[in-house]
Design a protein around this ligand. Structure first.
Ligand code: NAD
Length: 248
């Protein structure tokens, strides 16, 4: 049984990870900024502890990780999953929006790693999984801050892998289009939701939108001892979108 910290755990891919690791018999420490969604997660499961935490806030992260360690013990696995999407070019992006995307998508991963890695080192072993995006490999229009943050996640992944080897492994997972509230909200706000949904399906070689459970299953494998020789790499779960549009 491992102690697994999951950020952005109340919805979408994070929630699928919560279910995956609970089913695996692990202790899950769920962090999310959305208190209501977090409370709806509660499965009356003694192995689930929930913390209302803004993972882009240093003080919040430090205190939450300390509390989690006091309650369940040292951390084995960190899944940096929290993220937000914004649709803008550089000239359309305000400085505040830029900072927000960088803080939630990238700084949060730095902060959570900073405060959980010492705990993993005490155990002598640990895994960090960073949820990036296929948009670290392809670049669609009007996603400049998001693409930048997700590409930087790959550099962070390699740096953690190199600096903390051999004790700690660090990998990145890069989803294509996944059926989560993030996607549903983006589609709802578009001019023609039905058309946009169909375009999302058509972009993928697999002609389907990925269920969040399939991303959780990949994360689960990468976090497991069966992936003991895998570190520093990124793995796409993108229905072929990357090779289709990006060409490699
Ligand atoms: P989602 O919006 O459905 O869920 C994200 C969760 O993160 C929410 O519960 C939200 O409350 C939480 N969150 C947001 N800001 C936070 C903060 N500051 N502190 C703590 N929690 C915070 O998103 P999702 O689709 O499940 O995405 C999860 C990750 O996967 C994100 O990093 C996203 O960029 C990435 N991703 C998603 C897709 C997709 O198509 N859905 C594709 C590629 C990558």
């Amino acid at each position: 049984m491992k102690n697994i910290v999951i950020t952005g755990a109340a919805k979408g891919i994070g929630k699928a990870c919560v279910n995956y690791f609970l089913n695996n018999g692990d202790n899950v420490i769920a962090l999310d900024i959305d208190k209501t969604a977090l409370s709806e997660l509660s499965l009356e499961n003694a192995q689930l502890s929930m913390f209302n935490c803004d993972v882009s806030n240093s003080k919040n992260v430090k205190e939450t990780i300390q509390k989690a360690i006091e309650s369940v013990g040292e951390i084995d696995v960190l899944i940096n999953n929290a993220g937000i999407q914004r649709y803008s070019t550089i000239t359309e992006t305000t400085e505040e929006e830029w900072d927000l995307v960088m803080n939630v998508n990238l700084k949060s991963a730095f902060l959570c790693a900073k405060y959980t890695i010492p705990s993993m080192l005490k155990k002598g072993k640990g895994v960090v999984v960073n949820v990036s995006s296929v948009q670290a490999f392809i670049t669609q229009q009007k996603v400049a801050p998001y693409t930048t943050s997700k590409t930087a996640m790959l550099g962070l992944t390699r740096s953690i892998a190199v600096d903390y080897a051999p004790n700690i492994r660090c990998v990145a997972v890069c989803p294509g289009t996944v059926d989560t509230p993030m996607l549903r909200n983006a589609i709802k706000e578009s001019d023609n939701p039905e058309k946009v949904y169909q375009e999302c399906i058509d972009m993928h070689l697999t002609k389907r939108i990925c269920p969040p459970e399939e991303v959780a299953a990949l994360i689960g494998f990468l976090a497991s001892d069966n992936a003991g020789s895998i570190t520093g790499q990124s793995f796409r779960v993108d229905g072929g979108l990357g090779i289709h549009i990006g060409g490699n």
